[in-house]
Design a protein around this ligand. Structure first.
Ligand SMILES: Cc1ncc(COP(=O)(O)O)c(C=O)c1O
Length: 374
């Protein structure tokens, strides 16, 4: 049986055309496509300031500098996330505080977050897991009540919505990933959305190695060093690839949705004794980044991954909880029930635009066989 990969970036000939344009223009930084991508994101998600960054990791790091995060500050976040969310906080000398997630959707649990708030808390980072929105009404409420910054880690969720608002535009900042594993691919690329415009001037300086180059309009004036910063901006080649992907956004999302729905319709009413699927509030819009099954035990999860692998179908678990990692254990020594349950049970199924209908059918068939014999 031909193997079914877990993920394949959707790169076709038209994408190469845009890369060629970069070579024709012979300009590789501060370029045309960087600006075009920023304009596209800004108009798509309806916000005022967007910067194309090297990745979501840099966008998170900029957000943490902008809120002036310092030693003794605390930032609440899920442990069920990628290291970048926590590293951005640690790089400012502050402390990541892990809160538990909901079993139903793998998003931050509001009650667990409330229990962690104290005088040192400066911000909350929510992750919209798999492209499905957190309960933003509740997070906005506690942001206002305790005067906290709210950052949306939208690594999975470009094009997703909470009610009628695009994810990334609801908190103070939104951070996006266009890594090759994500729905839209710039190779390695990302974006920062600044919704609180008082930060946009400083953001421009941080993005450009601490200089005010992008703020100088008078060509006779020299730019100079104004602040800390780094080269956080995307280069032109990834931007060109991403721009080409944006041109296909509707197509890519339509296919992802169709694949996601095929899985959903096959497993939703199954009432399996062995696995569940994550819930999703239909009044929001998903970005359809992940479709996951949640098995009842680690043993069964691993048995399933192996069962599929033997049939040349590649499925993976997700997020080793940060508080259980050898580095993260120093920040939280007690267990987090839902985070650990989800990590133990969760398996992601292949979902990407070039997957064939016959391949989805065969994945569904094998899941059902596994369920029957287990
Ligand atoms: C929740 C989350 N945040 C941040 C990142 C980092 O994204 P990037 O690779 O674009 O830096 C990832 C990566 O997958 C992620 O899953």
């Amino acid at each position: 049986m031909k193997s079914i990969e877990f993920n394949k970036p959707f790169i076709i000939d038209s994408d190469k055309k845009y890369i060629d344009k970069v070579f024709k223009k012979n300009k590789y930084a501060d370029g045309f496509f960087q600006k075009e991508c920023e304009y596209f994101i800004k108009t798509k998600i309806k916000t005022n300031f967007v910067a194309l960054t090297q990745n979501c990791t840099s966008a998170l790091e900029i957000a943490m500098i902008l809120i002036n995060l310092k030693k003794n500050d605390e930032v609440i976040m899920p442990s069920y996330t990628f290291t970048s969310t926590a590293n951005a906080v640690l790089l400012r000398g502050a402390k990541p505080v892990f809160a538990d997630i909901n079993l139903k959707d793998a998003n931050l649990n509001i009650d667990s977050v409330k229990k962690k708030i104290n005088k040192k808390t400066k911000a909350i980072i929510v992750v919209h897991y798999g492209g499905n929105s957190c309960d933003m009404k509740e997070f906005i409420k506690i942001k206002k009540k305790y005067n906290l910054f709210l950052i949306e880690d939208c690594a999975h969720s470009f094009n997703g919505k909470y009610k009628n608002k695009y994810l990334g535009t609801i908190g103070d900042f939104g951070t996006f990933s266009f890594h090759e594993t994500k729905n839209l691919v710039g190779g390695q690329c990302g974006a920062l959305c600044v919704n609180n415009l008082k930060f946009s001037r400083r953001a421009k300086i941080l993005l450009d190695k601490g200089t005010d180059r992008s703020l100088i309009t008078n060509k006779k004036k020299y730019y100079s060093w104004k602040d800390i910063g780094s080269e956080y901006r995307s280069a032109e080649l990834p931007a060109a690839l991403l721009y080409s992907q944006f041109k296909k956004l509707e197509k890519i999302q339509k296919i992802r949705k169709a694949v996601w729905e095929q899985y959903f319709n096959s497993f939703n009413k199954k009432n399996s004794k062995n696995f569940k699927i994550l819930e999703f509030d239909k009044t929001n819009k998903s970005s359809y980044h992940i479709f996951a099954l949640v098995f009842k035990s680690l043993k069964m999860r691993d048995k399933f991954i192996l069962f599929m692998k033997k049939r040349n179908i590649f499925c993976y678990f997700h997020y080793f909880p940060l508080h259980k990692s050898s580095y993260g254990i120093r920040f939280k020594r007690t267990s987090m029930i839902n985070t650990e349950k989800l990590y133990n049970g969760l398996v992601r199924l292949p979902i990407y635009p070039s997957i064939k209908y016959s391949e989805i059918k065969s994945i569904v068939k094998q899941v059902l066989i596994f369920d029957k014999i287990s």
